[in-house]
Design a protein around this ligand. Structure first.
Ligand code: ZN
Length: 167
């Protein structure tokens, strides 16, 4: 077995080669769950004030992605060398395109119970913007929380909404 930073079986090191193979993989945490992202993951819950209450940007995950077909926030695996906030913004841009100016409302990191973390960055924008689709996202919508009821929500996103009493 090789430890962190030691050469792997082929003599290459898993980090520092310009790719992110080290972070973008499945791991099993101490509680026995499988998670995507060796260094945790992060996403952005982007909101704006509508005439009839707050609207939130949600994305539908493409069918080939884990939990495909469910609705969630944009996000993904955190790289070893970046903050959760930077990871959330980078993954969001990768999934739905450039972001307008936003202000960060809160950054909340939650541990699954086995040492793996997901960080939710809540951000506000002045007005809804149109996200583009990507390989990982096949629909983007701005919805009020009451409209979430009819959607198949990603289990992790549903947990977050329930814990924060947003549902
Ligand atoms: Zn876990």
């Amino acid at each position: 077995m090789s430890g962190p930073g030691e050469p792997g079986p082929t003599g290459t090191t898993p980090r520092g080669d310009g790719s992110h193979r080290a972070s973008e993989r499945w791991i099993t945490c101490a509680a026995g769950h499988r998670h995507w992202g060796a260094f945790g993951a992060a996403g952005m819950l982007i909101s704006t004030s509508g005439s009839d209450g707050d609207l939130h940007l949600v994305v539908r995950r493409a069918l080939w992605v884990h939990e495909g077909g469910t609705w969630s926030i944009p996000g993904g695996a955190r790289h070893a060398d970046e903050t959760a906030e930077a990871a959330a913004a980078r993954e969001t841009v990768e999934e739905i395109g450039p972001l307008p100016e936003f202000s960060v409302l809160s950054v909340g990191t939650e541990d699954c119970g086995g040492g793996w973390t997901f960080t939710t960055v809540r951000a506000a924008v002045a007005a809804p913007f149109s996200g583009r689709l990507s390989a990982e996202v096949d629909d983007v919508r701005w919805l009020a929380v009451r409209e979430f009821a009819g959607l198949a929500l990603h289990p992790g996103f549903r947990d977050y909404l329930e814990r924060h009493q947003l549902l």
